[in-house]
Design a protein. Structure first.
Lengths: 134, 134
DNA sequence: ATGCAAAATGTAATATTATAACATTACACT
DNA sequence: AGTGTAATGTTATAATATTACATTTTGCAT
């Protein structure tokens, strides 16, 4: 059996649960406020849980927004590299998958004699829903 | 004549100058400490200058590092979208240019019925120099 | 040249995001 | 039971960024 939620500790499960039930990325302090009733009192507890969840690939950070999302892909390989579509209207986030990005970026890097290791891609625009409304 | 440094105000010129003389991205408060002798006293003065410089494309923000770099491209069109190679060893940054990225991301977005507007791409790895050393 | 509007500035306070430091507890493995 | 590692709890503080408001400078239409 690989890494599943079963391996997670109480705090990690609590933080992951909140993120999984959210339709948008959440900020660390928003998570904190949401779970103070569950015994988590300090920012550090949230950040530590997030660090671990990110490390095992269950959560990704949206760097440009200082926000965090639960990963919906079973056994996500994006422990390090991440690619998102971010809606500027409703803040919803879709994670891009597939190795074509990986190989594309490797090539881009090679052109500059750069040794590609990982990446962070954030594409901004309008999601399908918001396109229709606007 | 387009937008050049000539149009910049004192604070903006000061901040841009520090960034242009740096070989790596700088953090806002590092910039502040470096230019306090030049009459800039508060974080806000730095952030305001940065905002303007980013708006006109002379400076870009490295989101994952909360850092700022001066753009080396004359008349950079990356007022909104940015693409960087970031060396994990020496922290140097190279900006990727060219519209192929633009069109590539548009296609990726289309697949998800997403309306592409702009992007932020950060590729991490080893730059040419550091590759040789390691 | 003068007066108006927009932009930029100065300053203080505060909000937001994240980590340091250190003592303690839980748990797997021998 | 003893040991080592990871996780936790708690307090304080560092680092990053913005709000609010009073003032000054600048561009430019009259």
């Amino acid at each position: 059996m690989g890494l599943t939620s079963d391996n997670l500790t109480k705090n990690q499960k609590t933080v992951l649960g909140v993120l999984e039930n959210s339709s948008e990325p959440m900020k660390a302090y928003t998570i904190l406020y949401d779970i103070q009733k569950m015994g988590i009192k300090s920012p550090l507890q949230v950040y530590r849980a997030l660090d671990k969840l990110i490390e095992i690939g269950k959560v990704h950070k949206i760097e440009s927004r200082n926000s965090y999302v639960a990963c919906k892909h079973e056994g996500c390989n994006a422990k390090t590299s991440t690619s998102f579509l971010i809606c500027e209207n409703c803040d919803s986030v879709t994670e891009l998958t597939g190795n074509n990005l990986f190989s594309y970026f490797s090539k881009q890097a090679e052109k500059n004699n750069f040794n590609y290791k990982k990446h962070n891609l954030e594409i901004f625009g309008l999601c399908e829903n918001c396109k229709l409304k606007n």
